[in-house]
Design a protein around this ligand. Structure first.
Ligand SMILES: [Zn+2]
Length: 288
């Protein structure tokens, strides 16, 4: 897999180098079936397990990048976003001469399914409030944070995915061989963590936050608002993206040049601002 710089405004695009460079933009329109991981599909071409890499992009402020990959699965690596974050930081990101566009939430959009819930609300920044409730030894846990505070690389990226030993046979049946293994996930059984130590005492909920950020990247633009999730997962995350994108009254496009500026609505901008050159702008990844 290779990360290639992309022009401002092009977004995050997967490119299958094994299939004539077929491109699959990372947008809600291309979400495929979702179970233990998030997959994208366009015209029958699949790219699976996109969430950790997309999370790293959002966490580091990478808006425009081409992900060139020669098979259908984004590497799971250690089960977290840390290897991606380290590679992107080592390579560097470039400021582009264009403002960053945000999807500013104007009213609530919620998805509920039994005891699972996810909603997005108007608010400043990109705030996340995630609650989980799993069988022992995980139990209940909550994490709150604001992505705009810039602590993603330290607080979220290292959190690894997790799975119960008992689910391994089921995951294999589903073709997710890599689903649970010692080197790419925290392995649990009812009596505890099998391959400790944990990287954080609350690593599980932090990983759910990591997944959420990666799945909401499929909205195509950075969220400006507050997200609340309870016992959610990839299916709920992506359902929220699709509901949000469908409800055109729930958001507006807004922009700003620098991270310390307040957002301006795109509706207010003068027409000639479209091609404006500005020294500050959004970020893109270089080679990694
Ligand atoms: Zn995950």
């Amino acid at each position: 897999m290779r990360l290639i710089p992309a022009p401002a405004g092009s977004g995050i695009v997967f490119r299958r180098s094994d299939l004539d460079n077929f491109e699959i933009p990372a947008t809600g329109r291309n979400v495929a079936k979702v179970s233990y991981a998030t997959s994208l599909m366009r015209q029958g071409v699949l790219i699976s397990t996109t969430e950790h890499l997309l999370s790293a992009f959002i966490g580091l402020g990478v808006d425009n990048v081409i992900v060139e990959i020669d098979n259908l699965e984004v590497p799971i690596l250690d089960g977290s976003a840390l290897p991606y974050v380290e590679a992107i930081l080592a390579s560097g990101v470039k400021l582009q001469r264009r403002k960053r566009e945000y999807l500013r939430i104007l009213k609530e959009v919620e998805v509920r399914e039994g005891s699972k819930f996810i909603g997005v609300y108007p608010g400043e920044g990109y705030a996340i409030d995630y609650s989980i409730d799993f069988p022992a030894p995980i139990g209940r846990s909550n994490f709150r944070g604001d992505l705009e505070a810039g602590a993603y690389a330290k607080l979220i990226a290292p959190a690894r995915t997790f799975g119960f030993r008992e689910d391994e046979a089921m995951l294999r049946d589903m073709g997710l061989i890599r689903g649970v293994s010692d080197s790419c996930a925290i392995i649990l059984s009812s009596d505890g963590v099998q391959n400790g130590p944990l990287r954080f005492p609350d690593e599980f909920v932090r990983h759910k936050v990591l997944d959420l950020i990666g799945d909401l990247a499929l909205a195509g633009r950075r969220i400006w608002g507050k997200v609340v999730a309870e016992r959610a997962g990839h299916a709920m995350h992506t359902a929220l993206v699709q509901r949000l994108l469908r409800d055109r009254s729930a958001w507006e496009l807004a922009h700003r040049y620098k991270d310390d500026e307040s957002l301006a609505s795109d509706a207010d901008k003068p027409l000639q601002a479209n091609g404006l050159q500005h020294p500050e702008g959004s970020l893109q990844a270089s080679h990694a």
